[in-house]
Design a protein around this ligand. Sequence first.
Ligand SMILES: [Zn+2]
Length: 86
Amino acid sequence: MGIEHIIYPRPVEEYIYLKKVPTGEKCPECGSNNVSRYPVICSLGAKMVVKCQDCLCALRYETPAPSENWPPYQPVTDGWEASIAG
Ligand SMILES: [Zn+2]
């Protein structure tokens, strides 16, 4: 289990790009409807962000579903409760 998250075939596409999925939501900062959802790595870890593509306002960060395969690896400690370092 999980090996599909480790081994990748060589890409066959000429160009690799990130697919941003339009959500159709309205940006609360600038009023634009150009809002998309896509994977990011940020200070919160691997997340899915819903972000305005015009003013870059982040509407929210979501925990990716397992079917979204993000991040493309699974840490051994995935799902563990965080503890205070001491
Ligand atoms: Zn905006």
